[in-house]
Unconditional design. Structure first.
Length: 258
């Protein structure tokens, strides 16, 4: 990833003006620019993070030591070259308290149950949040339509209400997918509404989420799906109501059988 030129890097440049990248654009552009001059990705992330965690090459992770346990014990995040860990680093910068809380919960689970082939419900929930989660701040009517998976109501009937809403992605795998966007990309929205009182202050969102997360909550997998390119203003094609008629992407909620 951190080859001396963009042409040699082998990965597409994120389109920073896109709304899903907006919270990460300044840090992301600065880190990528450093990488294109030959600075290794861990060093570029560490320099940009300043008071955040230290990022180290993946090769410095000791053999037999779990990734999450190493971060918890040392405060150093093993980092590979590539978009996946690039976005992970950006998420550490934007949501440091949340990422530390996730790491604390992961380390606790590993200390209790070890690292096995099956993660267990808490670690499954933690992984979903870390890789693919999004936060939504929105009027209650939008929340009700989202939880009901009433896509026509959510995106067509209530479309003007989206001017009062904000969706922020914090899953680094989700952000990686959106470098080359496609219609079916779906986020796991945390089912805890971001309080309207927090406004657009993402540092406040970070503190609120870190305080909200706990093992019992995550074991329940508190998420609901949202195809992110359906969000008004996020994708030109969704101006046409027919965009939402694709049931392969905008799937109705399953009705439990008797």
């Amino acid at each position: 990833m951190c080859a001396p030129s963009a042409a040699a890097s082998g990965w597409p440049a994120p389109d920073w003006p896109q709304p899903w990248f907006e919270p990460f654009a300044a840090d992301g552009a600065a880190v990528r620019q450093a990488c294109e001059t030959g600075v290794p990705l861990p060093q570029a992330l560490t320099h940009r993070a300043k008071q955040g965690p230290c990022f180290i090459p993946q090769a410095e992770l000791p053999a037999g030591v779990a990734y999450e346990a190493h971060i918890f014990d040392t405060g150093s995040v093993p980092t590979r070259d590539g978009l996946h860990d690039f976005f992970n680093g950006l998420c550490w910068m934007r949501f440091p308290h949340t990422k530390r809380r996730l790491n604390q919960l992961q380390a606790t689970e590993i200390a209790t149950a070890g690292v096995g082939q099956v993660r267990g419900p808490v670690r499954d929930g933690l992984t979903l949040l870390d890789e693919n989660a999004a936060l939504l701040q929105a009027p209650d009517a939008l929340w009700q339509a989202l939880l009901a998976r009433d896509w026509a109501q959510l995106f067509i009937d209530l479309r003007p209400l989206w001017a009062q809403a904000r969706l922020v992605l914090l899953g680094h795998a989700l952000l990686e997918k959106l470098v080359v966007p496609y219609k079916s990309i779906t986020a796991h929205v945390v089912r805890e509404p971001v309080p309207l009182a927090l406004g657009a202050d993402l540092a406040a969102w970070d503190g609120w989420l870190a305080q909200t997360l706990n093992a019992p909550l995550l074991a329940r997998k508190p998420f609901t799906p949202l195809p992110v390119l359906g969000v008004p203003g996020w994708w030109p094609a969704n101006e046409d109501p027919a965009f939402y008629a694709d049931a392969r992407v905008f799937r109705p909620r399953r009705v439990a059988s008797a």
